[in-house]
Ligand binder design. Sequence first.
Ligand code: SF4
Ligand code: SF4
Length: 274
Amino acid sequence: MKEINEFKQKVLKECPRLKPDSVFRFDCHHGVACFNHCCGDVNIFLTPYDIIRLKNNLGLTSEQFLDRYTFTPFSKDSKFPVVLLQMEDNDRKSCPFNRTEGCSVYLDRPWACRMYPLGVAQPGESADELEEEFYFLLQESVCKGFDEKKEWTIEEYKKAQGVEEYDKHGEPFRNLTTHRYFGEGKMLSPEKMDMFYTVCYDVDNFRRFLFGSTFFDKFIVDDETKAKIKEDDIELLKFGYQWLRFSLFGEKTMTVREDLLAARKTQLGENASL
Ligand code: SF4
Ligand code: SF4
């Protein structure tokens, strides 16, 4: 994680700041001499939406996907769990989805792969005060795409790569991870870390927890929402974010059943909680 913090500092200090209408020259296709060379030995952080797209592409449960293809680095300074794609144990440290003909999960490739060679710096992601988001180019020497003639604005490139949908589904996660709770230096307990991991990354187990426990006896959730989250991973994830905001930050994003709370208070005194 130290390397990542150093990289962030370098970006903030040295990289030209680009806007959505900034133009850059780049193209990537089967004909470039470096084709496939960048799909290895990279840190690819997976968002909850990336994981849903990938595990469904591969026909795996979230637990199977996480076990086979990811790792979760942890240090005492970790504010919340992050999940990275596990590179293969070979000389190139290849991405497990890299094939001679290209990416085997191309239609569901992660946000980071879609964005390359663009990076984005957003307020709230580092200790530095950053007033507005900016883009930058990750210009690596291995990449010959910058010698190509095609020109794009940042906006055009993101659209062509299908990033908009990923941004839309990624925003609630970003709001969670840049919450002022973390900015104030507060740390999650090990139990809450586990809960964060399950809700955000292991959605099939989160669903099993919801429908196999007394959860719906404690919180008011309408039948339509229950039906949606039973079937739809994205709806489940949205519900999970609400649950995390309630349980981690004490926000009023869930409604506790009053009768149950009143009964608990009578039983255990005024400070009782569920
Ligand atoms: S997921 Fe696909 S595009 Fe991304 S690094 Fe792996 S092979 Fe390359
Ligand atoms: S190194 Fe650059 S041009 Fe080459 S395959 Fe990767 S992204 Fe495309």
